[in-house]
Design a protein around this ligand. Sequence first.
Ligand SMILES: Cc1cc2nc3c(=O)[nH]c(=O)nc-3n(C[C@H](O)[C@H](O)[C@H](O)COP(=O)(O)OP(=O)(O)OC[C@H]3O[C@@H](n4cnc5c(N)ncnc54)[C@H](O)[C@@H]3O)c2cc1C
Length: 512
Amino acid sequence: MPTVTSLPREVDVLVVGYGPVGAAIAGLLGRYGVRTLVVDKSPGIFMAPRAIALDNEALRILQMVGLAEDAFAQVVIPCVRMHCPHVGEFGRINTAGNIDCHPKLVTFYQPELERALRANAERHLSVSARTGAELVRFADEGDGVTAVLRTSASEESVVRARYLVGADGASSTVRGAIGQKFEGESYAQDWLIVDALGVPGRFDHVEFLCDPERPTPHMIAPGGRTRWEFMLKPGEEREQMETDAKIAELLRPWVKVEDLRIERKAVYRFHARVCRCFGKGRVFLAGDAAHLTPPFAGQGLVAGLRDAANLAWKLAWVVRRRASPTILDTYDEERRPHAVKMIRLAKFMGQMVMPRSHLRAILVHGSMAMLRRLPAMRAFFDELGIKPKNAFGKGLFVPGGDHVRRGAWLPQAIVRTADGYVGPSDEALGPELALLGLGIDPNKYLSDRSRRRWSRAGGRTVQIVEGDIVTCAAPHEWCIVVRPDRTVLQDGPVQEAERVVRESLRLLGTPG
Ligand SMILES: Cc1cc2nc3c(=O)[nH]c(=O)nc-3n(C[C@H](O)[C@H](O)[C@H](O)COP(=O)(O)OP(=O)(O)OC[C@H]3O[C@@H](n4cnc5c(N)ncnc54)[C@H](O)[C@@H]3O)c2cc1C
């Protein structure tokens, strides 16, 4: 459905904020057939330089949202190098290759991704989108939320929704209204971000120049772009740093400035902050509204996309009466600890990137270089062992699991299914809750009643005949219950499929 001019009076979910996270949530809700209104106070897409890197997890979620591989341009990054003026190269993260059918690291152009996400959301009949509509206030009345939206200086509209999602960014109105505050720190330093076009002889990787005089990460991006990030020194002011003359002076050591064009520039202060709870009652927070990370690990938007994947299907299953509203409590339980771990990783990276003195650079970078001489440590750092796994300690899954890790994503692989499909396994699973049979049809082991109940709960069955999921994740004749966000909920021998399904439905609180 195209962008609407008049607002619907009643929807299932009102998404406030049509940035990348709000657009991803709207796209997912559309895929699950939920009546959704997504609004944004700004008339257009935010054009300032922000996210540039996405990992394989983000790309898998974008696949889940329904974006085609070529929906936005990407440059695959083979490695991230960390360089110290005293120690030389002290870190080198290997980002070549794929995980779960997606490159480990790509760079991209955020406005292009946002356009693709919006077009994707608006192709669903159940989704209405409206820009130039600001959430002014709302009340959670226990059985629904009534929201007041300002659509012009003299016009306000009232929308009633069963649930409200605040994806309204760092200065979220929704966060304040539910009494949540950010906890954590803001950095003392500001950073100048510069995107330039037409840089000749660009390198192919991400380079962190960790110079205490002026830390300067730089990297390539699609469309012939190169990004530089310059930390401001004490006494340097935003206005002065954003002038063409100053930018030319900063870039001169790298390039012939006359050869390039500055496309975008902005000064930011970074934050490492998270709120205590990602929701209250019928209202939830997602993306920058819930957490802010310094960008050193390239994880701010990625974390927001993880929120989108986790929250959207739970809302959809509740709204469509396939699951009990209590499953919504697991959104905070699953997502917040992981977001906190990612922020810790970004802060650790920040200590590497911006050592406060030459002595500290020698100590910190030198220790890192020494540690990497030990093969186990080298593998840990270089192969991203340091990155927190997208696996939950507590949440909506049956604890345990012998062959597959429950509460973690099922690996994605190229598979062949019994009905002849060959391709990435997530496409075989579809947007549903899935009962996978590895090498065998799990239906054979389900009673008619369980089959009916499974289908009423939005469940389908898929038989995988061949593929790495069969050989790596679990043995033949195994069955796995996979949530729509690709998290493993339960598993067991296929002969026990009846029990596996019963326990899954109990956990979901599926009626009847
Ligand atoms: C310099 C920099 C580099 C970064 N690099 C990376 C990176 O490499 N990788 C990565 O993953 N992340 C990165 N990030 C973070 C990433 O850009 C953000 O996490 C992401 O853009 C947040 O998306 P969002 O949808 O949550 O919020 P936003 O994009 O801020 O969208 C929120 C929307 O809500 C709207 N809104 C606000 N209030 C209201 C209201 N009351 N009513 C209606 N609408 C409202 C706003 O107009 C806005 O459009 C970087 C950030 C910066 C600043």
